[in-house]
Design a protein around this ligand. Structure first.
Ligand code: ACO
Length: 150
């Protein structure tokens, strides 16, 4: 819970999609194992991933994780932090919730994030959601199938 203001501040600096504190609290309280932060040497938050488990699909017996938001402060980029945050979250989704896949939405123009998801982590584009964002930009709906654990 102590990390939430730092996560929200990082989100406000990095992305136009921002959320009320109650949204951050809801995620941390409901699925505490699957969101992570990156800190500098002084303990200040420089990156985060905020994730949830999809309740609808859980009801149908197919659990999947969803990454709501990830960002890293500009001066800490290209150090592998986002990749590490994503891998920690994916691992926890599989271990704790037995998630079979991870989904997310990303702006069609967001080359850095698409590079991270597709080239670095192996996500695939499932569909394009027209005018998904408030300013009318399309979203790529991306998905990564989890490897089955034996
Ligand atoms: N251009 C192309 N590929 C990139 C870029 C870039 N600018 N940045 C990262 N990648 C890819 C590369 O494959 C990279 O591997 P490499 O460095 O070995 O080539 C790989 O992603 C891993 O990079 P990281 O260093 O882990 O990524 P970083 O910590 O810099 O964070 C992020 C990437 C989160 C997209 C960052 O640029 C950021 O905060 N952007 C603004 C916020 C944002 O767009 N968030 C995602 C929105 S979608 C959503 O939240 C679901």
């Amino acid at each position: 819970m102590d990390d939430l203001p730092g996560m929200q501040a990082t989100n406000l600096q990095n992305l136009p999609e921002n959320y009320l504190m109650k949204f951050w609290i809801y995620h941390a309280a409901t699925w505490p194992q699957i969101s992570f932060v990156a800190e500098d040497q002084k303990g200040r938050i420089v990156g985060y991933v905020l994730a949830k488990i999809d309740d609808e699909s859980a009801d149908k017996g197919e659990v999947h994780g969803h990454v709501n938001s990830i960002s890293v402060l500009r001066s800490y980029r290209r150090l592998g932090l986002a990749k590490k945050l994503m891998l920690l979250s994916q691992e926890a989704m599989a271990d704790v919730y037995k998630a079979s896949f991870v989904s997310l939405h990303v702006r069609k123009s967001n080359k850095a994030a698409i590079g991270l998801y597709r080239d670095s982590l192996g996500f695939e584009v499932v569909s394009v959601e027209q005018k998904y964002y408030g300013d009318g930009e399309d979203a790529l709906n991306m998905r990564l199938t989890m490897k089955r654990q034996s």
